[in-house]
Design a protein around this ligand. Sequence first.
Ligand code: SAM
Length: 503
Amino acid sequence: MLRGPAAALLRRLAPHVSGGGCGGAIHRRVPPPIASSLLSRFSSAPTTFSSSPPSSSSVAGHDEAAKEEETTEISNGDSGDRLSISVDRSGLYNPPEHSHEPSSDSELVKHLKSIIKFRSGPISVAEYMEEVLTNPQSGFYINRDVFGEGGDFITSPEVSQMFGEMIGVWAMCLWEQMGQPEKVNLIELGPGRGTLLADLLRGSAKFVNFTKALNINLVECSPTLQKIQYNTLKCEDQPVGDGKTTVSKLCGAPVCWHASLEQVPSGLPTIVIAHEFYDALPIHQFQKASRGWCEKMVDLAEDSSRFRFVLSPHPTASLLYLSKRCGWASSEELEKVEQIEVCPKAMELTEQIADRISSDGGGALIIDYGKNGIVSDSLQAIRKHKFVHILDDPGSADLSAYVDFASIRHSALEASEDVSVHGPMTQSQFLGSLGINFRVEALLQNCTEEQAESLRTGYWRLVGDGEAPFWEGPEDQTPIGMGTRYLTMAIVNKKQGSPVPFE
Ligand SMILES: C[S@@+](CC[C@H](N)C(=O)[O-])C[C@H]1O[C@@H](n2cnc3c(N)ncnc32)[C@H](O)[C@@H]1O
């Protein structure tokens, strides 16, 4: 039986059923069942240059460059396949003759090619990822709505209203543990369509002291998504003096947008929510080679027509981050891996969160798919609900990587002695402990048959593991549970004690 503050809050959640749930839509990290046999390989095995690149991006070496390159054999995870990669020994890029042929390249491809040409050398996977996702002109997130059936992937808040509601229960419990401050900064990192927050606010509408306390701050790089968030949160601009303030009509709280966490004013107790934000932060990839750890880079093929992976011939600055990450790992863990992904932006962001929480009080909830340890080779690209090659038509597919939760824990603990880190626990445990079972039962009491179907499949997607056993619909729409692949972690100011449900 659910007890304590979470239970009390849960009983009073506003009883709305949005008719949400996405039927057969595909969760962000789950390819359609047609491709589900690929899933296990994507989850445990390398996917990047070790998977077969499409012919459009396969690499034909330039004669001279070929002399300066050597082919390294690497093992393809569990499959034991031997695969080839090129090691660029030249360190120099040899530009081809200038051409006046019209180019069919997208603006982003032209931009990436010009960076590589201008530098006379390859760029890191992190720089590639950052440009692809957030280039201010043509990054993947910048100019369109990428979510839902018509988009490229679907996320938990889009699957069911219960997800945002349960995060609301967590946030209200933390606010109570903080002593119910009169004002609190509620910060969401990367709010997507704003659905999680809208469900959180609707669900907590009865808790007027909580909603009255909220200053909502959204960290979002995409102007298109900012507009969608404005509409989802039912915002309106109200005149204040010579200026204006934006208010969400869902709860009357002021709402502000920022490009980064650093820009959010500090000084108030803080609740940070980061759902599927960390996995979009750029990662560096390293490969063990005979000369030691080498950074994997993105280069142009000799004829400049496409991109290819190479290993850096020189040590790169980001080896410092690799060294830091390895310092947190045991020798047994390191012995097992041939590749390592490191995310300096995740380390820096976590330090900022820990600093803020230690000075202002409060806590952060991080939910993402990932591992509680070193991540080896997880970078993946998804376009229109299908996995594609990472270098294929950059900017037209989402790029994301597993989150290294152990690295987040170490970054937070090193940044401040005043914070404690809890978890990770699986999303299934987290939502279950907060009472999602009771919530789904309550919603099922008062809904149409269609809504009931949607609630059941949504529930399974959030907390289930693998294919839904109850599914009787079309096979290619079988709901796939993400309850164990997604992990949750909390960072809180020690003054508040342990957050629910991590006690
Ligand atoms: C995978 S989506 C997750 C959206 C939402 N949290 C959800 O679960 O539906 C990533 C979100 O983070 C935003 N984003 C990605 N990188 C960002 C960055 N460096 N700065 C600010 N926002 C970023 C994207 O525009 C998008 O809103």
